[in-house]
Design a protein around this ligand. Structure first.
Ligand code: SF4
Length: 276
């Protein structure tokens, strides 16, 4: 891909190079997604001494759907191998272990922004802002390489705002080339909505709540899906060709089919077609 400054492989979780940080740092509450409660910083009881999940092959049947949806955007390996130089969370100092847990969610946010910026640079229509996107990509990458202390003190929300201004501009440019009346559903409450066969070409669905919405057969070509909550949304036979700012965790949280057409930035979740 042209104009790509960051290797997409670095923006997906690589558990082989991570000390199981997501299974330690993040909290979860007993629900349809997690079988148990767990506090932030406390290792999940299913996490083995080898930093691997002991129930990886049966997460869904054991009530840990949330774990199959999650992706750290490569933050786990960055924090483990670069921020902390490969020092094991359990055998290093207590201070390192505490900082790792603190820093991981910050780097995860930065890596998510890197993912959006990298995708934005692949959109030809966004060429007028490519130089700005490249500068922001470099700045964000530099932030991820700061020391644990600097990362812990970083105002990541402020940086996110800066990036968002550029992503909004990118979205406008990318959707401008799509014909017809483009719907604005930014932040809309569409939970459980019946959108079967809906024409949402070039729509903005930024931050829309589409939880359990029926989108079967809908046309979302060229739509902006940044931050849309797609948990349990039915994407059976939906056309998402050219849709952008759709992340793998968003897609993993939805339902879909072999007939769902996807943009090249994401892959079809295994659980859409596998018998689990
Ligand atoms: S169930 Fe497995 S993947 Fe989920 S948090 Fe626990 S160890 Fe990690």
């Amino acid at each position: 891909m042209q104009d790509q400054a960051t290797d997409p492989a670095d923006l997906r979780g690589d558990c082989e190079r991570c000390f199981g940080l997501c299974c330690v740092a993040l909290p979860f509450a007993a629900s349809a997604d997690f079988a148990i409660d767990k506090q932030a910083g406390k290792p999940c009881p299913n996490l083995g001494d080898d930093h691997r999940c002991g129930i990886h092959a049966k997460l869904r049947t054991e009530g840990f759907n949330g774990c199959t949806v999650y992706d750290c955007f490569g933050a786990g390996q960055k924090v483990s191998q670069i921020t902390f130089g490969g020092r094991d969370r359990r055998t290093g100092s207590r201070e390192d272990a505490r900082r790792m847990v603190e820093v991981f969610p910050v780097v995860r946010q930065l890596h998510e922004l890197l993912w959006y910026l990298t995708e934005a640079l692949t959109l030809p229509a966004a060429r007028p802002v490519h130089a700005d996107l490249r500068r922001m990509l470099t700045k964000t990458e530099e932030l991820t390489l700061r020391s644990p202390e600097e990362l812990a003190a970083l105002d990541v929300g402020a940086h996110r705002q800066e990036v968002n201004v550029l992503l909004l501009r990118t979205s406008d440019l990318a959707r401008a080339g799509i014909g017809g009346r483009k719907k604005n559903r930014r932040g809309a409450d569409l939970m459980g909505a019946r959108l079967k066969g809906a024409d949402l070409r070039g729509a903005t669905l930024r931050g829309a709540y589409l939880i359990a919405a029926d989108l079967t057969g809908a046309d979302l070509r060229g739509a902006d899906l940044i931050g849309a909550d797609l948990r349990d949304a039915d994407l059976t036979d939906v056309d998402l060709t050219g849709a952008f700012f759709l992340t793998q965790p968003q897609l993993n949280a939805a339902r879909g089919s072999a007939g769902t057409r996807l943009p090249g930035s994401v892959t079809r979740p295994v659980h859409w077609t596998a018998q689990l």
